[in-house]
Design a protein around this ligand. Structure first.
Ligand code: SF4
Ligand code: SF4
Length: 387
């Protein structure tokens, strides 16, 4: 295989072996290469240095409150959906030291941590996750006070997307119009093409940066057959969605039903554990903790992920605004699917399904929305029938 000049918008083909070259080129360009890998019975995101670090021949099985790994009958590298991690753990770290101060022989020294920021290359970013990153970009980078930790990490990130060849049991990206094909927001996008004759990837170039990287690894132009095969992969995945969510009028539906009895029903099951917010790739809330040592020689400030499911989250002036699980679940779901649109102009949900899979009692955001819609629609029909 020889190298050909490439530019943004081109499509090329690389072999499985060339994927290692891609990782090597990124490492040589001083990127910390992060990708999916198997650990502790799940597919998580961590630092990788070689193709065997990927979940070779593994897939996942997901349902509400259920997740397990299983062997595939092939050696696919990306034959699974999303796991408990999302890329936000690298762009918006779960624990971030904002500053530390120490007194010593030379007086007071104040440092800000995490300088210089790591330069990340993310391999295996799914379309829903690209949409989630775009949502967090709006939260952290736009407006008068951009977040410096996120902004620096984000501007340096190199994104290698992977178009999904298999939907998870809790996925509903088609409903949210966020997948399964990555349309933009990537430097390179891969579609895994695997059959008994070959194991290759169709590569779409999304940026000039991506073109420069691809130019350094063995590749050849994509044929019409390769393009058709890649289109067939994502078209098939789109038919496999584990869930659907009716989004028409959902903002008005949820904001118009703050006293719906379904909120009481879901509150009877919800543990207020906050798992759904921790795994969600768009949730961004944090708390800030200050600390000092007993000797008075050091102090610091740490930012940590927080959750709207904790009592402390809405604690002001001696009391918590949302004292009940009912009010906390209603706040979370209404924010995700309705008031997020008022705030940021888009839904706060990308249909990744993580909150469904990782809820210990299997609460399903699509089921909750459908239940409210069903009774709301029935009430409307009765109203009109009785009028
Ligand atoms: S609300 Fe649930 S399905 Fe939607 S983006 Fe968050 S974790 Fe994914
Ligand atoms: S909805 Fe599920 S994951 Fe979220 S707080 Fe309630 S029990 Fe925990």
């Amino acid at each position: 295989m020889v190298e050909h000049p490439v530019s943004k918008g081109d499509k090329a083909v690389i072999t499985r072996e060339a994927l290692q070259s891609l990782i090597d080129v990124l490492v040589a360009s001083r990127y910390q290469v992060m990708g999916p890998t198997v650990r502790d019975g799940a597919i998580v995101y961590d630092r990788i240095s070689s193709v065997p670090d990927l979940p070779v021949g593994w897939t996942d099985r997901q349902e509400a409150g259920r997740y397990s790994l299983a062997r595939r009958d092939d050696a696919a590298l990306f034959g699974f959906a999303v796991g408990p991690h999302s890329w936000k753990r690298f762009l918006h770290p779960p624990v971030q030291t904002l500053w530390e101060a120490r007194t010593g022989a030379d007086g007071l020294a104040i440092t800000t941590a995490d300088e210089p920021s790591p330069k990340f290359a993310f391999i295996g970013v799914r379309s829903c996750e690209i949409h989630a990153i775009a949502i967090q970009d709006r939260v952290f980078c736009e407006g008068p006070y951009p977040d410096p930790v996120y902004s620096i990490r984000r501007q340096d990130a190199f994104i290698v997307a992977v178009n999904c060849a298999q939907a998870g049991g809790t996925c509903f990206c088609v409903s949210m119009q966020t997948g399964p094909k990555a349309e933009s927001g990537f430097d390179l996008a891969l579609t895994e093409l695997l059959d008994e004759n070959a194991h290759e990837f169709l590569v779409e170039v999304g940026t000039t940066n991506g073109a420069e990287v691809l130019a350094q690894i063995p590749h050849r132009p994509a044929s019409d057959a390769h393009r058709a095969a890649a289109d067939a992969v994502v078209a098939h995945t789109a038919t496999q969605m584990g869930r659907t969510l009716e989004t028409d009028g959902i903002k008005q539906l949820l904001q118009g039903n703050p006293n719906h009895s379904r909120w009481d029903e879901v509150a009877e099951r919800c543990l207020s554990c906050g798992n759904c917010t921790m795994v969600c790739p768009t949730c961004f809330c944090t708390t800030v903790e200050d600390h000092s040592d007993l000797a008075g020689r050091s102090a610091g400030r740490v930012r940590k992920w927080d959750s709207c499911f904790t009592m402390d989250f809405s604690y002001i002036h001696g009391g918590s605004i949302r004292k009940t699980a009912r009010s906390r679940y209603r706040q979370w779901m209404t924010h995700k699917l309705a008031s997020w649109i008022d705030q940021f102009g888009t839904s706060g949900c990308v249909g990744c399904g993580r909150c469904i899979t990782w809820c210990p009692v299997g609460i399903d955001i699509t089921e909750e929305a459908a239940a409210i819609r069903a009774t709301h629609t029935a009430a409307k029909e009765n109203e009109h029938g009785g009028a």
